[in-house]
Design a protein around this ligand. Structure first.
Ligand code: 13P
Length: 255
């Protein structure tokens, strides 16, 4: 890793935590991470927790991200939330293309091709999630899948903005399964993604942050975060407890 890439540890809460629970969590997290240097920290929270988390995290090192958005600034899209609404509430970023949204809610690469630049235009940091299924890995189809997702989802992002996108490599078979990718698998896939960005722009490849996600825990984080191309982690289950999440932040800062 080059000195220019500050690791990012992002906690994806998914559909967990009422506002009260979120408040208790952030009050526990802030003192645990306040003195840890050398890593950026974000919590990616349900829409209903955004306002409270932005207020509580203000002035701290913890950034607050959403987990999805529509690409249009406004319109007749019942049930959707716009990039403008997220930046207006004070969110600093947004998770896009999580495999749960792709698999269970029909999120397409076509939609992501619109969402990623829309997030950037609204001043939000997009965390674009990519990754292969178990059968794609078994069929040695991982590279093709990653190539297709990176190409299609970033097609409308100009080269000079590529480094403002965070990419999360999340092998679907490792999400919520306790089956973490081996360091070799994580490094190989993430180096491959970096090379794909390099096909677009060599300089962007050096600057873009690429995270690993999938069963990251306090006890395996250090090994994954030490890998040369891994610039942080997108953490699901282990981000729900302030203690374990803070330990992962500590592992990123200590590497
Ligand atoms: P787990 O860390 O629970 O495996 O979830 C990973 C994930 O989906 C983060 O976005």
């Amino acid at each position: 890793m080059t000195a220019a890439r500050t690791p990012l540890i992002a906690g994806n809460w998914k559909m967990y935590k009422t506002e009260r629970e979120a408040e208790d969590y952030i009050q526990a997290l802030l003192p645990r991470v306040s003195s840890i240097d050398g890593a950026d920290v974000a919590v990616c929270v349900p829409f209903t927790d955004l306002r409270a988390m932005v207020d509580s995290a203000r002035g701290s090192r913890v950034e607050v991200y959403a987990q999805n958005m529509h690409h249009e600034p406004e319109g007749a899209f019942t049930g959707e939330v716009s990039p403008l609404m997220l930046s207006d509430v004070g969110a600093q970023g947004v998770v896009l293309g999580h495999s749960e949204r792709r698999e269970q809610f029909g999120e397409t690469d076509r939609a992501l091709a619109l969402k990623v630049p829309a997030a950037l235009a609204a001043g939000l940091t997009p965390i674009l999630c990519v990754g292969e299924t178990e059968s794609e890995r078994e069929n040695e189809d991982t590279d093709r899948k990653l190539r297709q997702q990176i190409k299609d989802d970033l097609v409308n992002v100009p080269s000079e903005r590529l480094t403002d996108v965070v990419i999360a490599y999340e092998p679907i078979w490792a999400i919520g399964t306790g089956k973490v990718a081996t360091p070799e698998q994580a490094q190989e896939a993430i180096a491959f993604i970096r090379a794909l960005v390099g096909d677009r722009d060599a300089q962007a490849a050096q600057g873009v942050r690429i995270l690993y996600g999938g069963s990251v825990k306090a006890d395996n984080a250090a090994e994954l975060l030490a890998l040369p191309d891994v610039d942080g982690a997108l953490v699901g289950g282990a981000s729900l407890q302030a203690d374990s999440f803070a330990q992962i932040v500590g592992a990123a800062a200590a590497r």
